[in-house]
Each structure stands twice: as C-alpha cells, then as structure tokens.
Design a binder for this molecule. Structure first.
Ligand code: FE2
Length: 134
C-alpha cells in the first residue's frame, strides 16, 4: 500500500512526511510478507515507531504555530496511534518475533493512516487555505 496523491492535504512538508511514513509502514509489512529475519523486522518496527513520533511532533508543532482549532482531537488521535504501535511492539516481542503478528497488523495500521490523513489531516490543509483566503 503506497501513498497516493489523493491523500495530499496541500501542505508540502506534511505531505512529504506522510509519503515517508507510508514508505516506512510498507517496508515493515513487505518484510513481513517476505518473512524476513526477526532482526530486520524488529528494526523496521522501530523505524516506524521513531518516524511516527517524529512526524506527530512536527505536525503538532505546526498546528500550534498556525493556531489550529482541532489540535486537541489530533493530539488524542496521535496518542492512541502511538499506543497502538507500542502494543504491536509488545505483541511482537512477546510472541518471540512472530511474523504473523506483523502481517495481521498490516491492514489495521494502513487503514488508520489512510483514515487519519484523509479525515483529520486534510482539515489542517483546508484551515490553512481558509486563513489565506481571508
Ligand atoms: Fe495527524
């Protein structure tokens, strides 16, 4: 599952990060499908986790800079996704590094990214355009 232009929210630096974010998720799930080594999958899971946190921190800083009114809802959504990834890491570790844990998480994670970007993040872009139009 790749990022596609219809997921663009119209804010360049956020769209770039979303593309990279998809790539990180795709790398992880691709490694799962290919049943790559535990170490590789563990590392990719950590990359995705790190990148997600970095991306959310940047996005939240930007929302604060522009005085975005939906900040709290976004922050909550971000926190719940970070927790979901932490759970995935715990499940992966406690399963002894089972590839199935990763494969089963694929759809849930990708669906979350798509739904979050196309519903919540898109509104940030709309807000910025509205402000500029004033
Ligand atoms: Fe967001």
């Amino acid at each position: 599952m790749k990022w596609s232009p219809d997921l663009a929210i119209g804010i360049e630096h956020i769209d770039e990060q979303h593309q990279e974010w998809f790539k990180r998720a795709d790398d992880l799930f691709e490694a799962g499908r290919e049943r790559r080594a535990k170490e590789v999958i563990g590392e990719l899971l950590e990359f995705l986790d790190d990148y997600t946190k970095k991306h959310f921190a940047d996005e939240e800083r930007y929302m604060q800079e522009i005085g975005y009114p939906g900040y709290d809802a976004q922050k909550q959504a971000h926190e719940s996704f970070v927790e979901r990834l932490a759970q995935l890491r715990r499940d992966y570790d406690s399963s002894g590094g089972s590839v199935n844990v990763i494969i089963n998480a694929n759809k849930i994670v990708i669906d979350w990214l798509i739904s979050h970007i196309s519903k919540m993040d898109r509104q940030i872009g709309a807000y910025v355009r509205e402000q500029k139009g004033r």
